[in-house]
Design a protein around this ligand. Structure first.
Ligand code: NAD
Length: 258
């Protein structure tokens, strides 16, 4: 069996991914705020360091794959901390254990929202590793009201997709033989979207932003199966991609612009 680290393992896409891996006989070490093998807060630098240390110890020093699903969508500074720094700093902290695997792999969950209007300043601050500035920008946007605050989530995911793009070909990742990719879902039926989709107005907002001509709203399984393949031994050359697994939303919105 391979040893997988899955963040956000207590709910939604992460929980579904962890369950499918376990069904296949793989070993899963889940990381989440509560209800996981490793309980940690990925919104803080200490939480990331502690989570990586505990997961590495539970794994016995070698990790075969990391699947980072933990994320939040609220218009608050914590969103850039969890969705960007909580992924990239955790992946970096787990890299020594990942390098020990015969077939190391990593995949993260970005979003279709990474293509939406965002704050370029916040994206740049995140990519520069400046969490303090990124959070300050997020707080300023949140203070301006819901419209500006909504930029925080797409900014966090744009930064994450770009980080994957850049790092996938670096000495740390490609240089160590580690395929690193992102999956960008459309609207997935999980606790994250349940409130929004519970009213016709909310559902219309979601569908205007993310039109899904193929099979409409998607199950967490539709993302989990792709994450499973990306982190499997079968994936030897797919790297640096942001795969829009989104019912055709990206093709609808970007069309030929690729
Ligand atoms: P979810 O709310 O069901 O699960 C997210 C999990 O992340 C939860 O278990 C939560 O406890 C955990 N988490 C949140 N903050 C954390 C923290 N500080 N430390 C540790 N764990 C933390 O949501 P989901 O829909 O399964 O989302 C999974 C990923 O998919 C997220 O990154 C989300 O942004 C992304 N995504 C979701 C959708 C969607 O429509 N649901 C669409 C695109 C992208």
């Amino acid at each position: 069996a391979r040893t997988y680290i899955v963040t956000g393992s207590a709910s939604g896409i992460g929980a579904t991914t962890a369950a499918l891996l376990r069904d296949r006989g793989e070993r899963v070490i889940g990381i989440d705020l509560h209800g996981a093998d490793v309980e940690a807060d990925l919104s803080t630098p200490e939480g990331r360091v502690d989570a990586a240390a505990a997961a590495t110890e539970l794994a016995g020093g070698t990790i075969d794959a990391i699947i980072a699903c933990a994320g939040i969508s609220a218009p608050i500074p914590a969103t850039i901390s969890v969705n960007y720094f909580g992924v990239v700093e955790l992946l970096q902290a787990l890299l020594p254990a990942l390098k020990k695997s015969d077939a190391p792999r990593a995949a993260v969950v970005s979003s279709m929202a990474s293509l939406q209007t965002n704050s370029p300043e916040m994206v740049e601050a995140a990519l520069a590793g400046d969490e303090t500035t990124a959070r300050e920008i997020a707080q300023k946007l949140a203070d301006q009201g819901p419209r500006a605050g909504y930029l925080v989530y797409p900014s966090s995911k744009r930064a994450l997709s770009r980080w994957v793009r850049r790092q996938s070909i670096s000495a740390d990742w490609a240089g160590n033989g580690i395929p690193l990719n992102a999956v960008a879902p459309g609207t997935v039926l999980t606790p994250m979207t349940a409130d929004l989709l519970s009213t016709p107005e909310g559902a219309k907002m979601a569908d205007d932003a993310v039109p899904m001509p193929l099979n409409y709203h998607q199950s967490p399984e539709s993302i989990a199966y792709l994450l499973l393949w990306l982190t499997s031994v079968e994936n030897t050359h797919l790297a640096g991609q942001v795969i829009y697994d989104d019912g055709g939303a990206d093709a609808t919105l970007r069309g030929d612009d690729i």
